[in-house]
Design a protein around this ligand. Structure first.
Ligand code: COA
Length: 358
């Protein structure tokens, strides 16, 4: 009989496989294919980083042109509008996205192209699905970069400066090695299920409040706090009751989440510009109190949710935005998983009843 290995609950600190796509560590380093993620966010475009994540190197001009043209020519989702109209008008946008991704007609056949086609369609599915379920007309043809178009589809705004900050945020959301949704995707890919099935599994996992769903829950409490004192008291109350403060804590980053700190710096200027200095102060007071009382750092979702709010993005889009960006990371992971595949199928220790008879 094969010898079993018992691992910690939640697979914490267990290395289950190798990856060449991204690395994280407890000191707060996040590397995409050898590059520091914050440097990519500051100096690169979304399309360049998406190419890097999927193909392993930064694109030259020709490669970038071809990649961008593929994304542009596959963004259309008009074939799905009939299905979108059938969904209830109060459907959560993340549920709509998951449902539509599992049905949207796809032109491509090869796995790598199908994965990119799904990723290319996500901004349109999110915007068209949201608008159609609420009886609004979808936006017409929009021109611009991936981030500019996506930002327009969410807000109707064509502000280039705001779209650029949105782009930085998207880049920081793009990839994070074996997080829960990516692992769900890799488990599904390991059964040799098709890319669409694997992305649907990832979309199901990302919804949970311990993962991508956290960014949809942060504004709920944050906007109700009007001063630094109220912020500190809120944290103390939650900790006394042993309840979670959403947007804090991380399985890997125990001292700092580099993405959160990057967005915090950006938020400082954004808040000043939008006349939201108090919101920034309240956010920092919550962060300070969580660190002083519990040594738990803010995670990316905390500052991303506030940035998206000040960029005029409705909170229903928060988790879908994360998913749309991460779909490029998922594409890379699907391909990596199937290229050296071994079915992911752990064992369990049975602790139920024994010896019963009917
Ligand atoms: N608020 C209050 N306490 C928290 C906390 C939070 N956001 N996150 C962790 N803790 C506490 C736990 O209750 C636990 O306390 P204890 O030792 O007194 O029991 C301790 O910190 C260790 O947390 P643990 O749950 O073991 O960490 P984890 O690695 O399993 O979980 C998360 C990581 C992300 C699931 C967890 O931090 C969390 O639920 N955060 C809130 C949701 C969130 O923002 N998710 C987005 C992640 S990017």
């Amino acid at each position: 009989m094969a010898e079993n290995i018992t691992v910690p609950k939640g697979l914490a600190d267990v290395i289950v496989d190798e990856t060449a796509i991204a690395s994280t560590d407890s000191d707060g380093n996040l590397i995409y294919r050898g590059y520091v993620a914050e440097e990519l966010a500051e100096k690169s475009t979304f399309e360049q980083v998406a190419y890097l994540i999927v193909y392993g190197h930064l694109p030259d001009r020709g490669e970038l042109r071809e990649f961008t043209s593929f994304l542009n020519s596959h963004e259309n989702v008009t074939g799905t509008r009939r299905i979108m109209r059938l969904l209830p008008k109060d459907v959560l946008t993340i549920d709509m996205l998951r449902t539509v991704v599992s049905l949207v007609p796809l032109a491509e056949k090869d796995n790598d192209r199908v994965l990119l086609e799904i990723a290319a369609k996500m901004p349109r599915i999110i915007s068209d699905g949201y608008r159609l379920t609420r009886g609004m007309k979808p936006f017409g043809k929009i021109r611009g970069s991936y981030a500019e178009k996506f930002y327009h589809l969410l807000t109707g705004s064509v502000d280039k400066k705001d779209a650029r900050l949105f782009e930085e945020l998207l880049i920081l959301y793009m990839e994070h090695e074996f997080n829960a949704s990516t692992f769900a995707l890799r488990v599904t890919a390991s059964t040799l299920a098709d890319p669409r099935a694997a992305v649907t599994a990832a979309l199901a996992a990302i919804k949970g409040p311990l993962h991508g769903g956290a960014n949809a829950e942060i504004l709920g409490y944050l906007l109700s706090l009007k001063s630094k004192e109220e912020a500190r008291k809120y944290v103390d109350r939650k900790l006394d009751k042993k309840e979670l403060v959403m947007g804090f804590g991380h399985r890997i980053y125990k001292a700092k989440d580099p993405r959160a700190q990057y967005l915090k710096r950006r938020l400082k200027d954004l808040a000043l510009e939008k006349g939201a200095g108090q919101l920034y102060e309240v956010a920092v007071a919550i962060e300070d109190e969580m660190w002083e009382k519990k040594n738990i750092p803010a995670n990316m979702d905390f500052y991303a949710a506030i940035c998206m709010y000040l960029l005029g993005i409705d909170g229903t889009f928060n988790t879908p935005i994360f998913a749309a960006s991460r779909s490029f990371g998922w594409a890379a992971h699907y391909l990596e998983q199937v290229s050296g595949n071994k079915l992911i199928r752990p064992s369990s220790r049975y602790v139920g009843k024994t010896g019963l008879h009917v």
